[in-house]
Design a protein around this ligand. Sequence first.
Ligand code: DGL
Length: 263
Amino acid sequence: MTVALFDSGIGGLTVLDEALSVLPEENYLFYADTLHVPYGSKPKEEVRRYIMECADRIMQEDVKALVVACNTATSIAISELRARYQIPVIGMEPAVKPAVALSRPNGKRVLVMATPLTLSQSKYTELVARVDDQGSVDSLPLPELVQYCEQLIWDREVIVDYFTAKLASFDLDQYGTVVLGCTHYPYYRKLLEEILPRHIHIIDGSEGTVKRLQSVLQENNLLGASTHPEIRYMCSSGDEQYVQKMQQALSFLRSRREVRTGN
Ligand code: DGL
């Protein structure tokens, strides 16, 4: 049995990277909707349909839990997915709550970066209303960053110029935390660190999501114990080259983690 992770593209691999460190004895299936990426700038109903098609396809495999490794897909379809399948479905949302907890003691604001679709959903606005009673959370849609990531554009100058332009209207000294509310964005974390003032924390939702996966597997007696765990890749276009791209992207994330944490 396998844990499936689903995203529009290679973004969800940032969650798989975390899962491999916390739950190394699981088998994983990573599924990308290459036919329809990006999700974040398309109409909600259209994206909802794509998500259901992909999830139905994933369920034909031997899956014991589904991680929706995509903030956009979670924000528009998580309830429907949970109602549709018998297995546990774990979603993810921008880490606004821990960000507010980090920034508030210092009187600082929070900046949430995510796709336009995520930021326009009631799931997001209700989350912000719940955890922020002082109006200290601002949002910044970054749809182009998903495209850069899918095209494997890591060019320092292009990305730094992009971030600089997008952040130009913000007084960054007022902010204590930046939330990466899209699973594609952590690929650019290092470049963002270079641009932001040093006091700003950058957080994403992958740690919380994988913790949740771990406890759900535990509660349901589903924890794996594979001595030779496998990672399988699938994509909606069936494109073999994209599978290679996913493998390379994950290797990049794994090697960067080794440098960062030593494991
Ligand atoms: N990676 C996805 C997310 O976390 C979606 C990006 C997209 O397809 O626009 O929101």
